[in-house]
Design a binder for this molecule. Sequence first.
Ligand code: PLP
Length: 379
Amino acid sequence: MNKIDHEIRLSNPDMGGEEAKAAYDAVMSRWPGEGVKTAQFEDMFAKYVGVKYAIACANGTVALHMIWSSYGIGGGDEVITPSLTFISTATSLYYVGAKPVFAEIKEDTFNIDPEDVLKKITPKTKAVIAVHYAGQPADMDELKKICKEHNLILIEDAAEAHGAEYKGKKAGSLGDAAMFSFTCTKIITTGEGGLILTNDKDINDKVRLLKNHGQTAPYQHDSWGSNYRFNDISAAIGIEQLKKLPKIFKTKNENAKYLTEKLNKIKGIKTPAIASGRTHPFMIYSILLDENLINKRDSILKYLQDNKIQARAYFPPAHLQKVFEKEGYKEGSLPVTEKTWKRIISLPFGVRITKEEMDYVRETLGRALKESNRVAAGL
Ligand SMILES: *Cc1c(COP(=O)(O)O)cnc(C)c1O
């Protein structure tokens, strides 16, 4: 048995001397607030993705708030979102009084199901938000077609999708506007941070006002706004992280290949699928248990956690969270999402994970599954 003397951490970013030096320089510049470094980071990110405007801000959640607000989405409006996502994809709508309408996912990629999106459209629908689960782009062509036909705005929640591609185009350039996050579990990180991307100048201008108190000139406030600014220390770190992104992407894919080959030898699970025309950054590495093991998921998860592996089940369906009680969903409202989630195990997959750690994960998971398979088979 492989011995591991430490926790296999969920967040394990590729950060070191370069970021430390950049942060040091930002401190020594005596301008830690938003300034030249933030502008440089925005410019680099916009060029990298291939869009006109990038606006950095405090985090991905407030980036979503600013997107809804700048598109004029408000009270009584509906936005279609997957339920298998981090909560703020949907809770961000409550900032503007809009209502999340949850759609199903597809079991193979865990991404929003365009067919179900169609079924959820009402006269009140204003937008669709496509979450790129684990970073793998959703079915953007199908969603684009639906949004065009029904005159809806298409937003990308690309919080997990740095560097991912869809038919040769980068995530973040695939809808009307996109949000990225740089919190510490993401593919690249600035500690906390967010970014909005768009080709629409009007949206860019509105977001820039919103993030800085609606200020058009010093102490002149033409519209409502808040303080959702970024800062130059984080931006300096972000610039170094962005330089490393191609390398991080490559390493993650090599690690995913290694882990997938190992895990494919275990009975009772399905490893992540990559749909055609896409690249996958594997911010998350989620496996799907066979249906007959659905009741074993929680005990397998606990076994992994008890054995120093920070496994999770991304994400508990949003529509069943108490915060959305008043929306009237209940167990059974989204059967595919609910059933799929009950079979998901997300393994820790930070970019610095080692072969030794992956071997250990494989062995530990193998042991948990052997026991569960035996019980499931009635042996
Ligand atoms: C991380 C994440 C967010 C929230 O971003 P923060 O920067 O943490 O506010 C939203 N949606 C998805 C899919 C995420 O993974």
